[in-house]
Design a protein around this ligand. Structure first.
Ligand code: GLC
Ligand code: CA
Length: 557
């Protein structure tokens, strides 16, 4: 199979199906809901859709706990609906990538139900079982913690052993040391690709290989043990094998969710020559707009942010980047990366789009980002995510624990990204005719797709324009990247250059006017405005005062 690497000139739109569009009034988004919005997706000018998991699942972690990899979750529809969706996308020239959750399954998966039965069950070794420590074996086998808080082990009465779960106790980790497990995963990939699916987003794929002996981790209250399994000893071997057994047999695209990957090991994970993943989501750049240790808030340092992004841009061209600020696990980007954008929502949202999307890499847009959806104000009962429940349960023993946790979640909760998509100012934001599974952000009356698309300043239309500008644009796809204002804490400006073609991208990420001084090497050269989020932007680039969140793109001769 010849790999066309179509993803190099593609924008991917991520759908979190539960919150996208509900077709039958049960309050839960579904496949027929997505089918009803295919033209909306098409007109946004994206080339591929990534669907968060739609497989059978008891929904402990909203589908990231899979009980059958070859069938569709009842609430989402049927396999026939899925085939219709796939066909609907393909007929519009849009590819589909699925979410491959292969580090763990649901505890309700047949393999795990069998595995639990006895130590000599044929499926026992599909998971990671160990005897406990202490005289009576009632202490977990090591000190690793779960990403959702608490220990990463669960004791099981039936056989008196513990199983590993790096996420919830209903998400037991698969044992990738077992070749049968690896074959099962390859078979699952082939099953969907034979049906026409174009690739996978590989969930926490960097966690699949654990250090043998499962040694204790260094002290770390949040991710204790991570150094024993992030890009573990057999990671490369396992991924190469899966690539050979499945992905490389199709014209596929694979992107790994790669917490823990840094610029120092990026090359060995994504260079074309290594035949592993086509690209990864690294989270390095998000850490600079986050909270230290997920707890202590701090403001975005634009300088650090640009530096990290720049280091990824400097990878050889045989390494493809991803360009993203949002997904279903992250708070919304407005505010987080823009500071207080009051009065400038359109400008701020479009400025971020320009700053990110014209770097070298494959941009990802998360549902709602294209209309400038924002974080939501929740009270305890509104949070639906397991992470909130589990952490609140742990911190209740710590003085002020709940207050602190509430404060962190108000900024950082995964729920912010999961409120229902805001389609209209109608009932439940047009998401559902029934009671939505989680609260709708009350700002839907003025932030919704209908309103945005008919506004003079439409974020959606700007995204569509930006996507059209990128399409087939070889300077943007392949050109070199150079930060031209690395020392500015306000302006994000860079050059893209390929052969004799040069593009300058100049973005003010502040809510006030900021002076921009054109670097000497561009002074006097002819230039032409290509795109701007201000209708009256200057036709030629020069020293200027950039208005709040002004973002303009110029070609330079
Ligand atoms: C990934 C997913 C997240 C999920 C976790 C466990 O991080 O993006 O939503 O909870 O893996 O599957
Ligand atoms: Ca539904």
């Amino acid at each position: 199979m010849i790999k066309t690497r179509w993803y190099k000139d593609a924008v991917v739109y991520q759908i979190y199906p539960r919150s996208f569009c509900d077709s039958n009034g049960d309050g839960i988004g579904d496949l027929r809901g997505i089918i009803s919005k295919l033209d909306y997706i098409k007109d946004l000018g994206v080339d591929a859709v990534w669907l968060s998991p739609i497989y059978k699942s008891p929904n402990d972690d909203n589908g990231y706990d899979i009980s059958d990899y070859t069938d569709i979750m009842d609430e989402f529809g049927t396999l026939d609906d899925f085939k219709e969706l796939l066909e609907g996308l393909h007929s519009r020239g849009i590819k589909l990538i699925m979410d491959l959750v292969a580090n763990h399954t649901s505890d309700e998966h047949y393999w795990f139900r069998e595995s639990k039965k006895s130590v000599d069950n044929p499926y026992r070794d599909y998971y990671i079982w160990r005897k406990g420590r202490g005289k009576d074996g009632k202490k977990p086998p090591n000190n690793w913690t779960s990403s959702f808080g608490g220990k990463a082990w669960e004791y099981d009465e039936t056989t008196g052993e513990w199983y590993l779960h790096l996420f919830s106790r209903k998400q037991p980790d698969l044992n990738w040391e077992n070749p049968k497990v690896r074959q099962e995963i390859a078979d699952i990939c082939n099953y969907w690709m034979d049906m026409g699916v174009d690739g996978f987003r590989c969930d926490v794929i960097t966690y699949i290989s654990k250090k043998s002996g499962l040694p204790d981790g260094k002290f770390n209250p949040i991710f204790c043990g991570s150094e024993q399994y992030v890009v573990g000893p057999r990671y490369h071997e396992f991924i190469k094998e899966l690539n050979a057994a499945s992905w490389s047999r199709y014209d596929s695209f694979t992107v790994g969710e790669a917490a823990g990957i840094t610029i120092s090991n990026a090359y060995e994970c994504i260079d074309e020559s290594v035949c592993e993943l086509d690209t990864v989501f690294s989270f390095e750049h998000l850490c600079y707009a986050d909270m230290y240790f997920l707890v202590i808030p701090h403001r975005l340092s634009l300088k650090k942010f640009k530096k990290i992004l720049g280091s990824w841009q400097a990878l050889p061209k045989t390494c493809q980047n991803t360009l993203f600020l949002e997904n279903h696990d992250q708070p919304r980007s407005l505010g987080r990366f823009t500071g207080n954008y009051s009065g400038f929502r359109y400008e701020a949202a479009t400025a971020l789009a320009v700053a990110m999307q014209l770097q070298r890499g494959t941009p990802f847009v998360y549902q709602g980002q294209e209309i400038g959806m924002t974080n939501c104000k929740f009270s305890d009962k509104d949070y639906q995510d397991i992470m909130f429940r589990q952490i609140m349960d742990i911190v209740k023993y710590i003085p002020f624990g709940k207050c602190l946790a509430r404060y962190c979640f108000s900024r950082r909760a995964r729920d912010h990204a999961r409120t229902p998509m805001q389609w209209s100012a109608g009932e439940n934001a047009g998401f559902s005719s029934g009671k939505p599974w989680m609260m709708v952000n009350p700002n839907y009356k003025f932030i919704n797709a209908n309103k945005d698309m008919s506004a003079d300043k439409s974020i959606y239309k700007f995204y569509a324009k930006l996507h059209a500008y990128r399409k087939g644009n070889d300077v943007i796809i392949d050109g070199d990247y150079k930060d031209i204002c690395p020392n500015s804490s306000d302006i994000f400006a860079y050059e893209r250059k390929l052969g004799d073609k040069t593009v300058l991208v100049v973005v003010n990420l502040k809510n006030k006017a900021v002076k921009f001084k054109l670097p000497a090497e561009y002074v006097g050269r002819a230039s032409q405005l290509q795109l701007s989020n201000y209708a009256d932007a200057q036709e030629r680039i020069a020293d200027t005062k950039l208005r709040p969140y002004e973002a303009s793109v110029y070609s330079v001769d």
